[in-house]
Design a binder for this molecule. Sequence first.
Ligand SMILES: CC(C)(COP(=O)(O)OP(=O)(O)OC[C@H]1O[C@@H](n2cnc3c(N)ncnc32)[C@H](O)[C@@H]1OP(=O)(O)O)[C@@H](O)C(=O)NCCC(=O)NCCS
Length: 188
Amino acid sequence: MSDEKPLGNFPVLETERLLLRKLEVSDSEDIFEYASVPEVAKFLIWNPHTKIKDSLDFIQFAQEQFETASSFILGIELKAEKKLIGTIDLRGFNFIHRCGDVGYVISKKYWNRGFVTEAFKEIVRFGFTELNLNRIEAHCEEENTGSWKVMEKVGLSFEGTLREKVFFKERFHSMKMYSILKSDWLNK
Ligand SMILES: CC(C)(COP(=O)(O)OP(=O)(O)OC[C@H]1O[C@@H](n2cnc3c(N)ncnc32)[C@H](O)[C@@H]1OP(=O)(O)O)[C@@H](O)C(=O)NCCC(=O)NCCS
């Protein structure tokens, strides 16, 4: 991988039940539906959306990030319902060290049905085989059990807790750090 922008033509990724694709303005209502739920935003840096413009602004932000290839915020579309149920992000690239990190959110209506695990596995496959990454990491708060369970199901290893790593919602948050290396993935 070079240090140029190698990701300009990011493809639509497909799994058994999902499409992972760029966000469109037409996704705003689906995004507002889940992003306006306080429980969904509890462990996230952003506040619940209170108006549809918040969701439109987020879509615009995601599209701008795509254009500069700085991060890839992909919509998680449930094929059976043609509905956008969340997003999964591949971000924080370092093309010299060939690493990046992943974040995700999904509508509460669809929790605990394996959707984020399915999406994350595909991002890992794509990251290692198409983007030539060597390390993919993710982090979450200790109390966010659903999130670190996803990381473990995808095959990431716990590396430790980063004490008071981030500041949002008026306090510091410690984060559990997980990662998977290409060699781990190839050996599974
Ligand atoms: C965390 C989140 C992304 C998980 O998505 P999901 O599609 O429900 O995840 P999956 O169904 O693939 O896996 C979740 C696992 O956690 C388990 N789980 C969830 N909550 C749990 C809890 N409170 N205690 C124990 N296990 C829990 C589920 O049972 C499942 O494990 P299993 O398949 O072994 O039963 C989703 O809950 C979410 O969007 N939360 C809000 C946003 C967020 O916190 N994002 C992560 C920021 S780091």
